[in-house]
Design a protein around this ligand. Structure first.
Ligand SMILES: Cc1cc2nc3c(=O)[nH]c(=O)nc-3n(C[C@H](O)[C@H](O)[C@H](O)COP(=O)(O)OP(=O)(O)OC[C@H]3O[C@@H](n4cnc5c(N)ncnc54)[C@H](O)[C@@H]3O)c2cc1C
Length: 477
């Protein structure tokens, strides 16, 4: 039990899980053509752990063998910086474009490990279950997906008030073997490529919603567990034509539970609203940090892309172009600085048990805005170049290839290289892959209003208001 290779990861996905996509039930997710590129990317991440073992792993506290740094409980600043550096290396491997790298759920599970005392406050067995599960995932290098939110249906009503109170995932009955659950959860990114599914708290539950206050984990091939994927973005185009969709489409799925049995040893919260609503506030913020590190890497990539485009069309010397690209670089640098500071916050949360995650929360507000701005700049800099991107087949056709070379070349760049660059940009800002990137960044950490209103209630907001009171009072006296 140690870090897995890419090959072992791929083999582990051939487990008979129930996954539907485009009307078809897949026998083997690794053989479905639109998934192959992503499976290969994820496999390369597992291989990377072997290639850069010293930077990406640490000794398992239980067995001493190398395990992923994304499970590390960081009790010192040095340890937090080590795990943050490992997360940056792995995010960089995928240009920050895969939100749910295995690192994300590993970090989330580490959060729960740090806060497990809350789970066991009434019954110790739930905290013990969590600790065992965390060790299993860490030492076996499982890849997790997670699903937290009820299907949208009618958001003006709670889950129990919906026309079908079994639409949102809930408890059906308890048995000697465990809990039987039924309903659905939305979304579950990475589902076809994960080994384990985590179901847990996110938005608070209200009194009366006890059957919906659940936290548990299951292997993906559990009987009755089904995943219905959205249409894949990889339509078989070459990596020249769709450089990102063909490699980094992490997929999203609706998770359906058809009277699924959850064994007791995999249950972490069962109907306790107070624990359900309290536990997240006690987590140090490992998952938040991982998400913001990945976002930082993506902003760097977008700034680099904008610079490439400006140079390829001979606009790099213009002041307004330099100012626009400078703004993107400044945004990426601002985020980098905050990430460095946020790394220290997870240590405080781990050692003091009183998490302080304001910097990571700030980044949840900043990163989507910075990504939107970067996409806007890339579109504005590109002009028609973003659209006039013939395919790889056009370059292979001798009847027209000469015209393409003559009319689509750039400043010091061949037509083929220039078109390849613009195709990369279009995949990032125009294709469904790129559109989802923004939707993901807005929503992965909750809805954008939720991420902002938490600051409305923060103590510093009162301090800011008091500054205004001071001058008002001075003039009144
Ligand atoms: C690409 C993508 C990938 C995702 N991957 C995962 C995943 O892997 N695992 C997972 O668990 N979840 C995932 N999610 C889901 C994510 O957690 C949710 O999108 C997020 O929590 C918001 O919930 P919702 O989508 O149901 O939107 P809603 O909560 O229904 O929000 C829709 C709109 O209503 C507004 N709104 C919300 N509450 C109120 C209110 N009280 N009053 C007025 N307006 C309100 C929101 O601001 C928003 O504008 C993913 C989402 C996306 C887009």
């Amino acid at each position: 039990m140690s870090i897995r290779t890419g090959k072992e990861f791929v083999e582990s996905l051939r487990d008979g899980r129930t996954v539907f996509v485009n009307g078809e039930r897949l026998n083997d997710v690794t053989e479905y053509p639109p998934f192959r590129g992503t499976v290969a990317t994820l496999a390369s991440l597992y291989d990377l752990q072997h290639e850069r073992r010293g930077e990406l792993t640490y000794p398992s506290p239980k067995t001493g063998v190398p395990v992923s740094a994304s499970f590390m409980l960081a009790e010192t600043i040095e340890a937090a910086e080590f795990r943050a550096r490992a997360e940056e290396i792995r995010a960089d491997h995928t240009l920050g474009l895969m939100g749910r790298l295995p690192d994300f759920c590993n970090a989330m599970l580490t959060d729960f490990m740090a806060a497990r005392a809350v789970l066991g406050v009434r019954e110790a067995r739930y905290a013990e279950n969590l600790a065992r599960y965390y060790e299993e995932c860490r030492d076996r290098d499982w890849c997790l997906t997670h699903t937290l939110v009820d299907p949208q249906i009618d958001r003006s009503k709670g889950p129990a008030e919906q026309p079908d109170p079994f639409a949102a995932l809930r408890l059906v009955r308890e048995t000697d073997a465990g809990l039987v659950v039924r309903g659905a959860k939305m979304l579950s990114t990475l589902a076809p490529f994960a080994n384990e599914l985590w179901v847990g708290p996110f938005y608070p539950r209200r009194a009366g919603e006890e059957p919906y206050a659940l936290c548990f984990a299951l292997p993906m091939d559990t009987p009755g567990l089904k995943f219905i994927c959205r249409e894949a973005y990889d339509h078989g185009r070459s990596t020249f034509d769709r450089p990102l969709s063909s490699r980094y489409d992490e997929e999203d799925a609706l998770a359906v539970f058809d009277d699924v049995l959850v064994p007791w040893e995999r249950v972490f919260i069962n109907g306790d609203i107070e624990i359900f609503n309290r536990v997240l506030a006690r987590t140090p913020g490992y998952a938040m940090l991982q998400g913001t590190i990945r976002g930082m890497v993506k902003l760097r990539f977008l700034a680099g892309l904008a610079l490439h485009i400006a140079e390829a069309i001979g606009r790099g010397d213009l002041l307004h172009v330099q100012a626009q690209i400078g703004e993107l670089v400044a945004n990426a640098e601002l985020v980098s600085g905050l990430v460095r500071a946020a790394t220290q916050e997870v240590t405080w949360g781990t050692t003091r048990g009183t998490p302080h995650r304001s910097l990571a929360a700030t980044l949840w507000v900043l990163i989507p805005q910075a990504q939107m701005r970067a996409a806007e700049v890339i579109r504005q800099l590109s002009g028609s170049g973003l659209i006039m991107t013939p395919s790889e087949n056009d370059f292979a056709n001798p009847e027209i290839a000469g015209y393409l070379e003559k009319y689509l070349c750039g400043k010091n760049v061949s037509a083929r290289d220039r078109v390849q660059l613009f195709k990369l940009a279009w995949d990032m800002v125009g294709e469904p892959f790129g559109s989802r990137q923004l939707q993901y960044e807005w929503f992965y950490s909750g809805d954008p209003y939720f991420t902002r209103t938490r600051f409305y209630r923060s103590p510093v907001t009162i301090e800011f208001k008091a500054m205004v009171d001071r001058i008002l009072k001075r003039d009144r006296n």
